[in-house]
Design a protein around this ligand. Structure first.
Ligand code: PLP
Length: 387
């Protein structure tokens, strides 16, 4: 059987894959079984922050694999401790819990918020408000947090204790809070899976004031927006927010599984011995990879991400067939007249891998994508959209 047939026979049918079998790559170029070259504008859904088979990243990973690949969390390891230090130093957060994915990073954030609220505000205070259109993961609890009903339908009953409110309408928080006292509000600064929709800065400011005034925790899901993606180290920094917890994953380790839940002052001591754990969480190889990734996300790189972003916005804004362009940094959504799925399929035929987000096209290239490749891919996208 071919790889495609094997996959279709033996891998659970949860993914509608494109007819591309990727075997290798270098930076922002990937190659399929026939040796065809593609410009990678998705970076594995914002994961390969510095592209495929990046040499600096590879060195960090190989060096750690040569020492020890796993120890369990019964012992100390240097990459885990140093990564926690780097994350706290660069965000002002106080403690980090490591897991393996975005959903798990959110689970930890939810558990910490629930325990804190129960201790400080009583056992009835467990509800977390999330935004309509949000995406927080696929576990039964993070699905409940996800503000999109179609994800919920097949898996009832979901974890109770979540309430969806519309972004932009603070009054809805007052209503929910009056009915069931809120433990926390959880947001994405830019909804990724929901269609690359940035939060209105005025609403973010009002939300921050509202949570402070009502002693409600502010949780920010930076699984997709984090680690330089939006032109700031974390997207909440673009909004001047002071979250009580921040979750991240996708791009953190540049292509290895790693989730991190950063806990601020109000949550740093909430979780104690035995309250939470993960066998693989904080794996030394993933942490060594993340240390390498983070060390390269400096002011120059972030300025470069913002510069590239402006170039993409300028190229696409008002182009024929383009209805709107949204996003920040190298997290960009394109609403076009044509169905996004058709555009993505045609771009594959032209050697470019794009993504969709709901009914939009989505660009999430590697942060260090060379200008020529970025603009070549955007040029092809423009032609396909206009065609
Ligand atoms: C991808 C994503 C998740 C889920 O991450 P997994 O690693 O797939 O569990 C959660 N929140 C946001 C905002 C995401 O983009």
């Amino acid at each position: 059987m071919s790889i495609r047939e094997l996959d279709q026979t033996y891998v659970a049918n949860t993914y509608r894959r494109f007819p591309v079998e990727i075997v290798s790559g270098k930076g922002s170029l990937v190659y399929d079984t026939d040796g065809r070259e593609y410009i990678d504008m998705g970076s594995g859904i914002a994961v390969t922050s510095f592209g495929v088979a990046d040499e600096i990243w590879q060195r960090a990973v190989i060096e750690q694999i040569g020492k020890v690949q796993h120890t369990s969390n019964l012992y100390y390891t240097e990459p885990c401790a140093k990564l926690a230090e780097a994350l706290c130093t660069r965000t002002g957060m106080k403690k980090v819990f490591f897991s393996n994915s975005g959903a798990e990073a959110n689970e930890c954030m939810i558990k910490a918020a629930r325990k804190c609220a129960a201790e400080n505000k009583g056992p009835d205070c467990f509800t977390i408000a999330t935004l309509t259109g949000s995406f927080h993961g696929r576990t039964v609890t993070t699905l409940a947090a996800t503000g999109q009903a179609h994800y919920h339908e097949l898996f009832q009953p979901l974890t109770p204790g979540f309430a969806a409110v519309d972004a932009g309408d603070i009054a809805q928080l007052d209503d929910v809070n009056a009915k069931t006292p809120l433990a926390a509000v959880m947001i994405e600064c830019i909804q990724g899976e929901g269609g690359v929709i940035p939060l209105d800065p005025a609403y973010a400011e009002a939300l921050s004031a509202w949570t402070a005034a009502h002693n409600v925790l502010l949780l920010v899901d930076e699984v997709q927006t984090g680690n330089g993606r939006t032109g700031a180290l974390y997207a909440y920094m673009n909004y001047g927010l002071t979250p009580d917890a921040v979750s991240t994953a996708k791009g953190l380790a540049g292509g290895l599984p790693l989730g991190a839940t950063m806990l601020g002052e109000r949550l740093e001591s909430v979780l104690g011995y035995g309250d939470h754990g993960s066998t693989f969480g904080g794996n030394p190889v993933s942490c060594a990879a993340a240390l390498s990734v983070l060390s390269r996300i400096d002011d120059d790189l972030l300025a470069d991400v913002r510069r590239k972003s402006r170039a993409v916005f300028e190229a696409l804004d008002g182009a024929p067939g383009v209805e709107s362009v949204s996003g920040m940094g190298l997290m960009i959504g394109v609403r076009c007249v044509k169905p996004a799925a058709e555009v993505v399929a045609k771009c594959i035929g032209r050697g470019v891998l794009f993504l969709t987000a709901k009914d939009k096209g989505r660009l999430l290239p590697a942060l260090n994508i060379p200008d020529e490749l970025l603009m070549k891919a955007v040029g092809i996208l423009k032609e396909v959209i206009a065609d």
